[in-house]
Design a protein around this ligand. Structure first.
Ligand SMILES: [Zn+2]
Length: 193
C-alpha cells in the first residue's frame, strides 16, 4: 500500500498556458534596446509574440554553427522546438508507463516533461507572424514549413494518446448533460486525418 499523499505538482492537464517558459534568466535589459515607439500598452498577444521572437533570436545567436535568420529552415525550427522540450512542464507518458493514456494519474511516474502541444502550436503561430512582421517573406517562412506542421500534428497525436486527452475542437454541441462524476468514455480511434 502506498500512502495516499502525493505531490500536487502535476495536475495541470487542462492548464492551457500558451507561454513558453525557457527557464531562468528573463533578463532582457542587457541588450541595448532601441525600441523607439514602445510605451503604448501592447496586448498580451503582442507582448508574448515579441518575447517569443526574442527567445528565438537568442537561440539563433547561440546556435553552433552560427545561424542567421535568412538561412533558417523548417528543420531548424524543429530543432528549436525540441530544444524547448527541456523546459516543458507537461508530463507525457511513454507507452510502457502504467499511466499511459490516463488524464489524471494517481501517482508520480518517471516519464519526461515536455512542452504541451497547445503551447507549441500557439508559439509557432506567433513566430510565424513575427517572422513576416520582421521583414521575412511568407514563401520562405520557416515556421510555416510543411515539416513543422507535420511535426506539430505528430506531437498532438502522441500527447493526446499519452495523456488521454482529446485535442479535437468541439464540433457539435452536446446538450448539457447533468454534471457527472463518472469516468468519461475512452477516446474513439483517430479517424480521418
Ligand atoms: Zn508516466
Amino acid at each position: 500500500m502506498d500512502s495516499s499523499s502525493f505531490p500536487d505538482v502535476e495536475s495541470s492537464n487542462s492548464e492551457n498556458s500558451s507561454s513558453i517558459n525557457t527557464g531562468g534568466g528573463g533578463n532582457t535589459s542587457s541588450t541595448a534596446g532601441t525600441s523607439s515607439s514602445s510605451g503604448s500598452t501592447l496586448s498580451r498577444y503582442e507582448n508574448q509574440k515579441r518575447r517569443d521572437w526574442n527567445t528565438f533570436g537568442q537561440y539563433l545567436k547561440n546556435h553552433r554553427p552560427p545561424l542567421s535568420l535568412s538561412r533558417c529552415s523548417g528543420a531548424h525550427v524543429l530543432e528549436f522546438l525540441r530544444y524547448l522540450d527541456q523546459f516543458g512542464k507537461t508530463k507525457v507518458h511513454t507507452p510502457i508507463c502504467p499511466f499511459y493514456g490516463h488524464p489524471n494519474p494517481p501517482a508520480p511516474c518517471p516519464c519526461p516533461l515536455r512542452q504541451a502541444w497547445g503551447s507549441l502550436d500557439a508559439l509557432i503561430g506567433r513566430l510565424r507572424a513575427a517572422y513576416e512582421e520582421n521583414g521575412g517573406k511568407p514563401e520562405t517562412n520557416p515556421f510555416g514549413a510543411r515539416a513543422v506542421r507535420l511535426y506539430l500534428r505528430e506531437v498532438r497525436d502522441l500527447q493526446s494518446k499519452a495523456r488521454g486527452i482529446s485535442y479535437e475542437k468541439k464540433k457539435r454541441k452536446r446538450p448539457p448533460a447533468t454534471t457527472s462524476s463518472e469516468a468519461s468514455p475512452p477516446l474513439p480511434p483517430p479517424g480521418e486525418g
